[in-house]
Design a protein around this ligand. Structure first.
Ligand code: GDP
Length: 897
């Protein structure tokens, strides 16, 4: 149909009874929820390398969907998504703001008429060419994922709640290192993705090269759904060719992009024959690539007499959707545009609605409950057998029986707090995704990570920096809870009928957790010193807020110096946290230099040490005792009880704590009836927490160099008759445990010394071909690194090496020569050839000690004429050679002097 924008059935159904109004600053309005219909919801994220145009594209999306009145300008720092001052100053997206909007906007379609100018190119002018929307409006929740490598945890945290993602590529730079990394992580979470090649207006834009890189580097077959429309094949970008709908979309130069001219194929043949021919060629390629992975497409092809262009667009869209939803995803739909020039964003939004899944179409959510792992649906339908405790007649011994826990039936809502943000105007906002049931206003929510219950006083839907108050957040939706005091990023929140708000839901429901993710170890730290004693509380409060926002930060207090340390994943990560603390939270404190978090490891086992405490603590007599020893992990020293019914093992970072309790069971019950039970005020769970707290305090400062202890086994020999008394408190038990472990660590270090352990990074460096040699030489000789692979051959991402490489095994090896691409404008020019020859980006993956990578970006830039970039993640911690240890210690001492 000539002049019609989209390809769907042409009817509109605005939300019944919804009169949405946006309010700024505060949440006062109460409006009905947007449609609860899950099928019409898309929870999507944008993943991209920094600077690819995420913010610019998001701004356009909000503008075209009617949620902002003017297009924000990233370069002026006025955009709505990057709303933290720290982000504005740096021009990068750090915070995953979740924004809700509707696409297509609920408005009546209007007809447009083609309007041909004398030059032959259809012109775009006036109201007659406002693009109509011709489909049902969808509720889009957009989660903006961070683009900087220092925020890997943030990326993972936001990836796990996404149902689909748009990957934005810079059409000049192609597939960059960070994109490849996040893409692999998205593979791991099985998130369906489409690619948008942005910045095609720029000189040197290379759509063809980028599409080939999508195939080779992202390990999938690109399905080119759009091709760039360059004026006369070589000039400026004026629009895109829609391969699915066999037509051209033309944007007015310099306009706000709302007016889009739709040019059908016959018309295109008259005005730009070469472009029309390319669209047909691209259609053939699209049908062929889809036919390889979708049987229905083959049938459609045969039904249409093997005529690639005769297949209706709607059938192509359906095939694309089926392929995108396949796992592993082998077909990667590719779209084109230049968001900054307002070209390509609306059809990209159509693709989000058409190709990415609704929450209903996603695999069931992974959970853990008690010591079981499974899916939420399995749990709710009773398919996940739960261990339950049963009591013997004497009331002491308990044994384990397996059956479905009745408490599950009372689960009313289950949500994941995926982001906590302290908003200066509204207070702490907890962004949640609801996975089951709904979260109702004023309901009591139980936090299964922290074991606390708290009320949800106010619920909001966020529209950029505007908010609408709602009464409930239903399954599959994203919303905000205001007024929670404890919930942190990553916590699971449940509501439960009949729960006692004080004790929370009964076991095992109180242990239900949604897809827990491991927080990577921090590798940098800085000291934080309150400016005065009176500021101390405020500084500590701000630090705990910072930790609620970002659990990949860590705060520890050095018992000896009394100094507070803030540790994080990277220099930029800590810089941002520091700015947030000092500038946004206005904490009056001084921070030290950002330093590497070395660790130390003992090399010899210690003797067994017993420490006792019997003194007044806060005016009350407290008594406790602890017996402990330490040894290098992996070396069995003290007699470990083979009977693990009487032994509790707890991982503590890279260390292992083994609590031997030969006289009591794991449930804390005496094994013989003549033994006294534990005091009622100290159940076994509280004792374990107290021991853990004491151990963790002792491990924070190593015995020889003051760095945190790594790779140690801590054995605590716990016998209630000698370690717990009527006057024992949790605090006393922690203190005495810390003392016993410290004494054991000191003994081990005196006997055999300790070695320094340093973080080693897996760095992925992108450099142009001509500087490859000097970059590799610098890494391997000057920095003591080890090149693992070139251009991704055999490289393994350390985040979850085994599972990710397994995921990758399922992906095809893509031969770039078999990928269809339209010609790039420079391909026939000498400038283009020169660009292609010298600008080929190569990727080096190397393991390098973190110390050698401090300040590396500047050096890399000087080696590569400013073009090199790199990303890195912690690959592990390695013991230093004695020579290197001496060098590093000398350097540290030198700095102190
Ligand atoms: P982000 O870091 O991915 O959020 O990227 P931004 O949206 O902040 O964009 C980075 C820079 O690229 C800004 O200076 C934008 O103006 C610019 N930019 C974004 N999209 C385009 C585009 O389509 N064409 C051109 N020429 N520049 C763009």
């Amino acid at each position: 149909m000539q002049g019609v924008w989209a390809w769907r059935a042409c009817y509109l159904r605005p939300y019944a009874g919804v009169s949405r109004r946006l309010i700024s600053g505060s949440a006062r309005l109460r409006t009905p929820q947007p449609p609860g219909n899950l099928r019409r919801t898309r929870n999507i994220g944008i993943i991209a390398h920094i600077d690819a145009g995420k913010t610019t594209t998001t701004e356009r999306m909000l503008y075209y969907s009617g949620y902002t009145r003017r297009i924000g300008d990233v370069d002026e720092g006025s955009t709505v998504t990057d709303f933290l001052p720290a982000e504005r100053a740096r021009g990068i997206t750090i915070q995953s703001a979740a924004i809700t909007f509707h696409w297509p906007p609920s408005q009546d379609p209007s007809n447009i008429k083609p309007n041909i100018t004398s030059s032959g190119i259809p012109s775009v002018s006036g109201s007659s060419v406002i693009a109509p929307r011709s489909a049902i409006s969808h509720n889009i929740n957009l989660i903006d994922t961070p683009g900087h490598a220092d925020f890997t945890f943030e990326v993972l945290r936001s990836l796990r709640i996404l149902d689909g993602a748009v990957c934005i590529l810079d059409g000049v730079a192609g597939v960059e290192a960070q994109t490849e990394k996040v893409w692999t992580q998205a593979d791991h979470y099985k998130i369906p993705r489409i690619v948008y090649v942005n910045k095609l207006d720029r000189d040197g834009a290379a759509f063809a090269m980028t599409v080939k890189e999508v195939g080779v580097r992202l390990h999938g077959w690109p399905a080119v759904c759009q091709i760039p429309w360059w004026k006369n094949g070589k000039g400026r970008l004026i629009g895109v060719g829609d391969i699915v709908g066999l037509r051209g979309f033309l944007w007015e130069e310099g306009g706000d992009g709302k007016a889009v001219r739709v040019v059908n194929l016959e018309e295109l043949e008259e005005i730009d024959q070469a472009f029309a021919a390319e669209i047909k060629k691209a259609r053939t390629a699209l049908v062929e690539v889809l036919s390889e992975y979708d049987d229905v497409m083959v049938e459609n092809f045969l039904e249409h007499d093997e005529n690639h262009t005769a297949i209706p667009g709607i059938q192509i869209t359906a095939a694309l959707r089926r392929c995108v939803l396949q796992s592993p995803q082998i077909i990667i739909p590719v779209f084109a545009g230049a968001s900054f020039r307002n070209i390509g964003v609306q059809p990209l939004l159509d693709a989000v609605v058409d190709l990415l899944p609704s929450p209903e179409e996603r695999p069931d959510t992974e959970i853990s409950i008690g010591d079981r792992r499974g899916t939420l649906r399995e749990l709710l339908t009773g398919k996940l057998a739960m261990p339950q405790l049963s009591t013997d007649a004497d009331g002491r011994h308990k044994k384990v029986a397996k059956h479905h826990a009745p408490s599950i039936q009372n689960l009313q809502g289950c949500a994941l707090a995926f982001k906590v943000v302290n908003d200066p105007k509204r207070g702490v906002l907890v962004y949640v995704r609801v996975y089951s049931g709904s979260i109702e206003k004023s309901i009591s929510l139980f936090n299964t990570n922290l074991n606390v219950a708290e009320k949800a006083p106010c619920l909001l839907k966020m529209y950029a920096s505007d908010a609408v108050e709602v009464d409930s957040i239903p399954t599959g939706q994203i919303g905000v809870i205001v007024g929670l005091k404890y919930a942190r990023t990553g916590d699971t929140l449940i509501s439960y009928s009949g729960a006692n708000p004080k004790t929370g839901p009964p076991a095992p429901l109180n242990t239900l957790q949604l897809r827990p993710i491991a927080v990577p170890p921090p590798v940098f730290f800085t000291s934080v010193e309150p400016n005065s004693l009176s500021e101390e509380k405020r500084v500590l409060d701000s630090l705990s807020l910072l930790l609620r926002e970002d659990p990949s930060l860590q705060v520890s207090v050095d018992n000896e110096s009394g100094q507070t340390h803030l540790a994080g994943m990277g220099e930029l990560h800590l810089e941002i946290a520091r700015d947030r603390l000092l500038e946004d939270f206005k904490a009056k404190a001084t921070t030290g230099k950002i330093e590497i978090s070395y660790r130390e490891a003992i090399t010899t086992p210690s003797e067994l040490f017993t420490k006792e405490l019997g003194r007044d603590v806060a005016g009350k007599y407290a008594r406790a005792s602890c017996t402990a020893s330490v040894s290098p992990l992996g070396e069995t020293t003290s007699q470990v009880h083979a009977d693990n019914q009487h032994q509790t093992t707890l991982p503590m970072g890279s260390n292992k704590l083994i609590i031997h309790h030969p006289t009591i069971t794991k449930a804390g019950l005496p094994i013989t009836s003549d033994q006294p039970p534990l005091p009622p005020h100290l159940p076994f769970s509280a004792i374990i927490s107290a021991l853990q707290a004491g151990v963790s305090a002792a491990l924070a400062r190593g015995p020889q160099h003051g760095f945190a202890v790594q790779e140690a086994q801590l054995d605590i020999h716990f016998d209630p008759s000698s370690h717990v008394f009527a006057e024992t408190t949790s605090a006393a038990l922690s203190t005495v445990t810390r003392q016993a472990i410290q004494a054991a660590l000191k003994d081990a270090a005196e006997k055999g010394g300790s070695v320094l352990v340093e973080p080693v990074m897996l760095a992925t460096i992108s450099a142009n071909e001509s500087s490859l040699g000097s970059v590799v030489h610098d890494i391997s000789s000057a920095r003591g690194g080890q090149v693992v692979s070139l251009d991704g051959d055999g490289a393994i991402d350390s985040d979850s090496a085994s599972s990710i490489s397994q995921d990758q095994d399922d992906l095809p090896i893509v031969n770039a020569d078999r990928i269809y691409t339209p010609p790039d404008p420079f391909q026939n020019s000498s400038a283009g050839q020169e660009y292609a020859a010298t600008d080929r980006q190569r990727q080096i993956t190397a393991r390098v000690p973190l110390k050698e990578m401090v300040g590396y970006l500047n050096h890399l830039r000087s080696l590569t004429g400013g073009r090199g970039t790199f990303v890195m993640t912690v690959d592990g911690f390695e013991r230093m050679s004695s020579h290197r240890q001496k060098e590093v210690l000398n350097e540290m001492r030198g700095e102190v002097v």
